[in-house]
Design a protein around this ligand. Structure first.
Ligand SMILES: [Zn+2]
Length: 69
């Protein structure tokens, strides 16, 4: 069976808290409590990284500045 995962994967880790919501961490999603929180944190991280990567590009609104023709 493909779904023969070990039952320990979803067991909460004692003493560990999810950095996003503060709930007990689940082993499979450590250091988070759930897939949702993991995605949330990942999204935050990617956003920050993305910002740095596109630092050179002018954002929407910065384009208003025009040189004299
Ligand atoms: Zn959480």
């Amino acid at each position: 069976m493909a779904e023969a995962d070990d039952g320990d994967a979803d067991v909460p880790m004692a003493g560990r808290r999810c950095p996003v919501c503060g709930k007990p961490t689940v082993y499979r999603m450590r250091p988070f409590c759930s897939r949702r929180c993991a995605d949330l944190d990942l999204g935050r991280w990617l956003k920050g990284d993305y910002r740095i990567a596109t630092d050179d590009e002018a954002g929407p609104g910065d384009d208003i500045e025009t040189e004299d023709p």
